[in-house]
Design a protein around this ligand. Structure first.
Ligand code: 5AD
Ligand code: SF4
Length: 434
């Protein structure tokens, strides 16, 4: 052993799957530079916060974590602290002005700059638009050995009036199909069984082929058994895609289709470009063509100018559509977005009441829908040991329901097995191996 200590990194990730995967890429860069991971900031030579600014709560959480690490930097001035992700993009140099213990600020389009940062320490802020992001291939160090996230596109052009993403992740750009397919073939060679294609609006993927075309190519890759994708925008969900999901045996029967509001007036103010009726028709078609499909959604409570009547329309939509699950949030004004300056901001207590009602109604629906699985046979992909209860394995149905099963000698992660569902709760199902 030489005298030089192996350098260690610690990454803390906030926010969505896109960030989770960006963190895997940052880890990949650091590993290729000889760093190893540590589970604690205390032991690290480099600490990276991969931040989220989608709602104010996520932002506050990050700034309090950032404050906490200040004393560590005081004790060890050689510690490098980097802020990455959406807050980095939005705030740039302001982060260093506010928190001088931060060394580097790296936006989501400039992850590749991390290599320069740790080796040469030239600049400290990397937030330029990066039109060549789709050409940069970064070595991801994936946390999971069974399921993998794959970027198929970056950025978003939709400018929903509440959303910060188009400002932090830039214009929509699709990755070349060849490079996506090569990455997935490589994963298949490493025994990965499932891929989730990531984009803010995967339905508008366009390179030398469109999204259904891309699915067709991925569907041919030997070894990959399941294909998922997030997120779909209702305005771009085409019949062709619905049929592609039905006809390609590896594409799973689950779609995350954010509705946001059941009021067509509010959808207009949100710049979503569909009416509630349009949405309902698409869901009707999905269910007609694939009765087994599960549908999940996002809802925003208390958008500006949302009246009690508008809120009731959202409640009605939940009851009509019966989603399998919903992520619901109080509207959070994001600086720079159109909705943050709209008239008719809804008071916080009303937002809370509406959110509470949405969650209460949806929880009952989720539980009821899960109970429908009781007694059925389901194909599940084993992901690994159940995190909370070490006595069980956990896996998912094709429809994305979590199923816990007892540990059995002949079952291991990455197996695809058939189980009989014996119990159903709100968060997960339980099954027995046949
Ligand atoms: N306030 C509340 N929720 C938001 N989302 C995005 N921006 C905001 C905001 N400003 C929600 C949307 C989106 C999900 C990822 O986050 O529902 O679909
Ligand atoms: Fe945000 Fe709308 Fe783009 Fe989704 S589609 S990232 S909600 S702007």
């Amino acid at each position: 052993m030489g005298k030089e200590k192996v350098k260690q990194y610690y990454i803390e990730t906030f926010g969505c799957q896109m960030n989770v995967h960006d963190s895997e890429k940052m880890a990949g860069i650091l590993k290729s530079e000889g760093y190893i991971e540590t589970g604690s900031a205390k032991d690290a030579d480099v600490v990276i916060f991969n931040t989220c600014s989608i709602r104010q709560k996520a932002e506050q959480k990050f700034f309090s974590e950032l404050g906490r690490i200040k004393s560590l930097k005081k004790r060890r001035p050689e510690l490098q602290i980097a802020v990455a992700g959406c807050i980095a993009q939005q705030e740039g140099i302001k982060i260093i002005k506010r928190a001088p213990h931060v060394d580097f600020v790296v936006g989501p389009q400039n992850i590749n700059a991390l290599r320069d940062i740790i080796t040469s320490r030239s600049d400290s802020v990397f937030i330029d638009d990066n039109p060549s992001i789709t050409e940069v291939e970064l070595p991801a160090d994936r946390k999971d050995n069974v399921r993998a996230w794959i970027n198929i596109m970056y950025g978003c052009d939709n400018f929903c009036s509440y959303c910060i993403v188009p400002y932090t992740r830039g214009r929509e750009k699709s990755r070349a199909s060849r490079s996506i397919i090569n990455e997935i073939k490589d994963l298949a060679g490493k025994d990965y069984k499932e891929v989730t294609l990531l984009g803010q609006n995967v339905n508008s993927y366009m390179s030398d082929m469109d999204f259904p075309g891309l699915l067709k190519e991925i569907n041919k890759i030997d070894g990959i058994e399941r294909i998922r994708f997030i997120t779909s925008h209702p305005k771009d969900l085409s019949d062709e895609l619905i049929f592609a999901v039905r006809d390609m045996e590896k594409v799973c029967e689950h779609i995350h289709l954010p509705l946001q509001s059941g009021s067509t007036k509010i959808l207009g103010l949100m710049n979503r470009k569909y009416t509630y009726e349009d949405y309902k028709k698409k869901v009707g078609k999905l269910k007609e063509i694939m009765p087994q499909i599960t549908i999940t959604s996002d809802i925003i409570a208390g958008f500006p100018q949302e009246t009690d009547e508008d809120h009731k329309e959202t409640v009605k939509a939940l009851n009509e559509i019966e989603f399998d699950g919903v992520f619901a949030f109080k509207f959070s004004p994001r600086p720079g977005t159109r909705a943050s300056n709209m008239n008719g901001q809804v008071p916080e207590d009303i937002k809370s009441d509406r959110l509470y009602e949405i969650l209460e109604i949806q929880n009952k629906i989720t539980e009821r829908k899960n109970k429908e699985f009781k007694g059925t046979l389901q194909e599940i992909l084993i992901e690994g040991k159940d995190e909370k209860d070490t006595g069980r394995f956990t896996g998912r149905t094709r429809t994305n329901k979590i199923v816990n099963i007892p540990l059995k000698n002949n079952v291991k992660p990455a197996d695809i097995i058939t189980v009989k569902i014996t119990r159903a709760g709100r968060h997960s199902l339980e099954g027995d191996i046949l």
